[in-house]
Design a binder for this molecule. Structure first.
Ligand SMILES: [Zn+2]
Length: 368
């Protein structure tokens, strides 16, 4: 074995590089794959802008991986199996796959209950170590590998992870037939929530989003109504759309105080507000009186558990989840900072999901 490969690695905030690193060795029970397409996530952008946040800083290695920055990034990815480790069954060389990147220890109090997304040692392939999608090769435990149908486009395969986040949020909400739903934020996760709601047959979806282009995306993806919270009264609008009652459910994929305020206000008595947003160290204030007098619920959801990836892959394959419209740009591994992160900040209006094409990794030069 041996040899080296290119990998896009986070060194520090505003410092990501294409490095030459050793090709990872395969362990028993693990597989090696060649990543194909990698989505750039809002959390990658946070790391780049003012991280490290999830990425373990130099000197503080992650408890499961033993690794710290510099770390290979990319946790939303598809690929093709390149080698299968000893003892692995049901996965073959050449299989198209998506990787469920959440790292868990399998033995803590949450994992024992099957709640691997709430693991005490929680981490991510592509943020916490064990390689990542932006390497020419990466390895992962076989149980993290989710097979894709042979006829599925590997670009779509890279969307399974963000779709699974939204799918899990909807699957774990009390959504029932006839419910009216408000989605806060029309970024990739908000739009994936819309797609998941449409797939579940929801007939009354409103998206609150300040960007006009993103409101258009929301409509294209199946939202029945859109509202610009800068110009319109969201609470009044949702009342008008629900016979004065308010929405049954609100999904927060925005993560800003103002949106929480009008989102919670839009929820009817005994309705539920679901937080998906990543808040970092920031605290949010809740109008507890409004929650109390109306028995409203505020719940949280994070990533996915076993079964969510499978359900999303099936729904995409059946054509119930139409996600291809999310891909707005495909870039090379040496363009991640300029054409990826910068575009997501400066051209937010026009970008939803930017993919990195890893088949180009061989041709790019390492960062000097
Ligand atoms: Zn655990």
């Amino acid at each position: 074995m041996g040899g080296t490969m290119k990998a896009v690695r986070f060194h520090a905030a505003k410092d990501i590089r294409v490095d030459e690193v050793p090709i990872p060795e395969l362990k028993p029970g693990w597989v090696r794959l060649k990543p194909a397409f990698v989505g750039i996530c809002g959390s990658d952008l946070h790391e780049y802008e003012d991280g490290p946040h999830i990425i373990p800083p130099k000197g503080s290695p992650h408890v499961m991986t033993g690794e710290a920055a510099p770390i290979t990034i990319g946790h939303e990815f598809s690929g093709v199996i390149d080698q299968v480790g000893e003892g692995v069954t049901g996965i073959e060389v050449g299989d198209k796959v998506a990787v469920q990147p959440t790292i868990y220890d399998g033995g803590c109090r949450a994992c024992k209950r099957g709640l691997t997304n709430s693991c005490d040692s929680f981490g991510f392939i592509g943020l916490s170590g064990w390689g990542g999608g932006m390497g020419e090769y990466t390895t992962a435990p076989a149980e993290y590998i989710k097979k894709l149908p042979k006829d599925m486009d590997l670009k779509i395969g890279a969307l399974i992870e963000p779709l699974a986040v939204a799918w899990h949020a909807v699957a774990n909400s009390p959504l029932k037939a006839g419910d009216a739903v408000l989605v806060l934020g029309g970024g990739p996760i908000g739009l994936a929530v819309v797609l998941s709601l449409v797939a579940k047959g929801c007939k009354n979806i409103t998206v609150a989003e300040i960007s006009g282009r993103r409101r258009q995306f929301a409509k294209d993806f199946g939202a029945h109504h859109v509202v610009n919270p800068i110009e319109e009264d969201v609470v009044q609008k949702t009342k008008d759309l629900t016979g004065g009652e308010g929405v049954d459910l609100c999904f927060d994929a925005a993560g800003v105080q103002k949106a929480v305020d009008f989102g919670l206000e839009s929820v009817k008595a005994r309705g539920t507000f679901v937080n998906i947003a990543l808040w970092g160290a920031q605290r949010v204030a809740l109008n507890m009186t409004h929650m109390l007098f109306g028995e409203r619920k505020y719940v949280a959801t994070v990533t996915y558990v076993d079964g969510d990836f499978e359900a999303v892959i099936e729904a995409v394959h059946r054509g119930d989840l139409k996600a291809d419209g999310m891909i707005t740009k495909v870039i090379r591994p040496d363009e991640v900072a300029e054409e990826g992160f910068k575009a997501l900040v400066e051209d937010k209006e026009n970008q939803v999901k930017i993919l990195v094409d890893m088949s180009k990794a061989k041709e790019v030069s390492t960062t000097k």
